[in-house]
Design a protein around this ligand. Structure first.
Ligand code: SAH
Length: 319
C-alpha cells in the first residue's frame, strides 16, 4: 500500500526512520535492482533570464561571470565523456534563449548518433521546442518543480508560476520523454506537509526520475542568510519517493554530497540508484555556481573510474 498525504507527513516526522529506509531499500532492489547509473552532466551556459531567489545563476546576480560554451566545445566534452564510458549525457544550463531550438537540436542529433542518451535540462521552453528536440533524438528531460506549494513557489520565483512549470512537465510526459522532476528540502517557509505535497506531485505527474536535494544558500542571492536544508530530511524524502514510485530513477543529488558526503553514501541504501558526475571543463565549472561548492579539477576518465570503485565498494554495480 502506498502512503497517503497524512501518512507521508507522519512518516517524515518519525523519531526512528530506520524501518522506512529498509523498506525503501527492499523496494529499490526488487524494482530496479543493484545497478547504479552514472550520468555525465555538462553545464554549458550560466546565462539565465530568470530570477529564482535561491539560485546563484539568477539574472539579478551581477557578481556572476557569465559563459556560454560553443557547440564545438560541447561536442568535444561529450566525446570525452563517451570515450570514458558514459552512455548518458545530461546537458544543463540556465534558461538561455541564445541556444535556439535548432542549435541545441543539432548538438543533440550529433551526440545521440554515437549511442549516447541525451537528457536535456534547460528550463521552461515553448512546448514546440520539447517536441522538436524529441525528434532530434533527446529522450529524457529534467525540470524540477522546486516546490509544490503555489504560494511558496510565487514567493521564490518572480518570473514564473507553478502551473506553467507543471504544464511543461505534463507536456514532456505526453511527448513520451522520460520525465524528471524534483524539489528542494529546506526552502524557507517549507513544512513537512509541503514535502508530502511535493512527493504526491511527483506521483501525479508520473515522473520517471526525481532529484531531491537540500537547499544550500548562495551568498549573492536574496536567500543568502537562510540556513541550509537538512541532509537527513532529504534522504527521508528520497526513501518515500522510492515507496511512491518504485521504478523511478532517483539520484543521490550533488547538493546532498556538498553538505554531507556520508549522507550521500547512505542515500544509496535508502532508495537512490543514480549519480551524476560533472564533466564540465575546469574553465566553466566554477562559474556554474547554483550554490557554493568545493570543486576539484575535471579529469573525466579518472573521475569515472573512481566513482565506479566507490559504487562497487557499496556492493552495487556501476553502469
Ligand atoms: N535552468 C534549469 C536548470 C536549473 S539548475 C531549470 O530551470 O531546470 C538545477 C537545479 O538546481 C534546480 O532545478 C534547483 O532544484 C537546484 N538549485 C538551484 N539553486 C539551488 C540552491 N541554492 N540549493 C540547492 N539546489 C539548488
Amino acid at each position: 500500500m502506498t502512503p497517503d498525504r497524512d501518512e507521508l507527513i507522519r512518516l517524515l516526522a518519525l523519531e526512528d526512520f530506520t524501518p522506512v529506509y529498509a523498506r525503501a531499500d527492499a523496494v529499490r532492489r526488487e524494482s530496479v535492482g543493484d545497478t547504479v547509473h552514472i550520468r555525465a552532466i555538462l553545464e554549458f551556459s550560466n546565462y539565465c533570464r530568470r530570477q529564482c531567489r535561491y539560485c546563484g545563476l539568477n539574472r539579478n546576480n551581477r557578481t556572476a561571470h557569465r559563459f556560454r560554451m560553443t557547440p564545438e566545445e560541447m561536442l568535444a566534452t561529450a566525446r570525452a565523456a563517451h570515450q570514458a564510458g558514459y552512455r548518458t549525457l545530461v546537458m544543463q544550463s540556465g534558461e538561455d534563449p541564445w541556444y535556439t531550438k535548432e542549435l541545441l537540436g543539432e548538438v543533440v542529433k550529433e551526440i545521440t548518433s554515437w549511442d549516447m542518451v541525451v537528457t536535456l535540462s534547460v528550463g521552461e521552453r515553448p512546448h514546440g521546442d520539447f517536441a522538436y528536440w524529441k525528434q532530434c533524438g533527446a529522450t529524457r528531460y529534467l525540470l524540477k518543480h522546486e516546490t509544490a506549494d503555489p504560494v511558496l513557489y510565487d514567493a521564490l520565483h518572480p518570473c514564473g508560476t507553478l502551473e506553467a512549470r507543471v504544464g511543461c512537465l505534463r507536456a514532456l510526459k505526453a511527448l513520451g520523454y522520460e520525465t524528471g522532476s524534483g524539489f528542494m528540502i529546506g526552502l524557507p517557509g517549507q513544512t513537512l506537509s509541503t514535502i508530502a505535497d511535493d512527493l504526491l506531485l511527483l506521483k501525479d505527474i508520473g515522473c520517471d526520475m526525481a532529484g531531491i536535494g537540500p537547499f544550500i544558500p548562495h551568498p549573492a542571492t536574496p536567500l543568502a542568510h537562510q540556513s541550509a536544508g537538512d541532509p537527513a530530511l532529504a534522504t527521508r524524502a528520497v526513501a518515500l519517493a522510492r515507496l511512491l514510485l518504485p521504478a523511478a530513477h532517483l539520484p543521490a543529488t550533488t547538493s546532498l554530497g556538498v553538505l554531507d558526503d556520508a549522507e550521500k553514501q547512505h542515500v544509496f541504501s535508502c532508495g537512490a540508484n543514480v549519480i551524476m558526475k560533472k564533466v564540465t571543463p575546469d574553465a566553466y565549472k566554477t562559474l556554474y555556481e547554483i550554490y557554493p561548492a568545493q570543486l576539484g579539477h575535471t579529469d573525466i576518465p579518472a573521475e569515472r573510474r573512481a566513482l565506479e570503485q566507490q559504487i562497487r565498494a557499496l556492493g552495487r554495480n556501476p553502469l
